[in-house]
Design a binder for this molecule. Structure first.
Ligand code: AHM
Ligand code: MG
Length: 335
């Protein structure tokens, strides 16, 4: 960062593009369009209490969960912004059953597709806790010139071009990763711009925090219970017991894990053979960010990014965070 000079997200993405003479700038411009959608969603989130737009929308999403009104606003905003951009051939959203190819000629000629969870952790809206938008960008595998297809959205995470999240917390931040690394931008409200605040983010290799919905204890298998006992056990040399922190908003829990180190888990349990979180909308983008920051993400048996998605709304168990903590968890859980 230049001393005393703000670097906006726009400036930063342009500088990054210039490092690659062959780059067309389409990926950078897509990131800027997602940031713009994030600003619009942020405005709605910030006025939620005042505008009386909290509460259920009355519909349920494809997973049978209640949709909050802000979910719908965030979803519509992203769909609209990306449709009017020149750089996205179609989207898939956690809130929609099917993929949505944009049919116009510009979109059909675009080489990227975007997946998003428009407002993750939305059950936290009415208690004023952090929520976020999670996004993933892939290069399509179907030929350009025609609308994109479902197979473009079923690529493994190791094919991701970029992924990120926007967290609506005590401040609003956009964090995104490419293979070049992870950078965080804080929204400066007076100029309405995301400014580089967290350059080259790295997740510490070790941490002291474990994050899980421990209320599900009775449903966990013995391996999982052994690891949780390990986290709670006293061992001064190894700085245990660890602290337990769980917001119940993946973006919030992940953002803390990325900055402070730790492990975040949503494992399989007796009632949910694949855990709760979705591979394509939540786990892959977070795994991509975490790996680009030097951390690790696993289903328990496989690197998240190596899982080949079979369907759009597939769920997978997840263990993600500081590399050494994830390795230790896997060692204990798998006995
Ligand atoms: P959502 O996409 O419906 O908001 O659900 C995902 C959220 C995550 O943000 C969070 O990690 C998890 O659900 C919390 O689930 P639980 O309440 O079972 O602990
Ligand atoms: Mg979600």
């Amino acid at each position: 960062m230049l001393q005393g000079k703000l670097i906006t997200l726009d400036e930063f993405t342009i500088m990054e593009t210039r490092k690659f003479p062959q780059a067309t700038g389409e990926l950078s411009s897509l990131l800027r369009e997602i940031a713009f959608a994030g600003k619009v969603i942020n405005k709605q989130v910030r006025k939620a209490g005042l505008a009386d737009i909290l509460g259920q929308h009355g519909a349920t999403n494809v997973q049978g969960e209640e949709q909050m009104k802000l979910d719908v606003i965030a979803n519509d905003t992203l769909i609209h912004v990306l449709k009017t951009s020149n750089d996205c051939s179609g989207i898939a959203s956690e809130e929609n059953d099917e993929v949505l190819p944009y049919e116009d000629t510009h979109s059909a000629n675009s080489k990227y597709i975007v997946l998003f969870d428009p407002l993750d952790g939305s059950s936290n809206i009415d208690v004023n806790a952090s929520i976020g938008t999670i996004f993933s960008i892939y290069r399509r595998v179907s030929p350009t010139g025609k609308p994109c297809e479902e197979k473009d959205f079923l690529q493994p995470g190791n094919k991701l071009m970029a992924a990120g999240y926007i967290i609506y917390g005590s401040s609003t931040m956009m964090v995104y990763a490419t293979k070049l690394g992870v950078n965080g931008f804080t929204l400066e409200p007076s100029i309405g711009e995301f400014c580089l605040s967290h350059p080259n983010m790295k997740c510490p290799e070790n941490g002291k925090i474990y994050s899980i919905n421990q209320g599900n204890w009775v449903k966990y298998n013995e391996g999982m219970k052994s690891y949780l006992n390990y986290c709670m056990e006293e061992n001064k040399e190894e700085k245990r017991p660890y602290s337990h922190r769980y917001i119940g908003s993946m973006v919030g829990d992940m953002h803390r894990t990325l900055i402070k180190g730790g492990i975040f888990m949503y494992p399989a349990d007796r009632s949910n053979a694949n855990g709760k979180l979705r591979l394509q909308y939540e786990c892959n983008p977070m795994a991509f960010i975490m790996e680009a920051a030097g951390g690790k993400a696993s289903t328990g048996t496989q690197n998240i990014l190596d899982v080949t998605p079979e369907k759009l709304h597939q769920r997978v168990p997840i263990f993600i965070g500081s590399k050494n903590m994830v390795d230790k968890a896997l060692e204990i859980i798998n006995g």
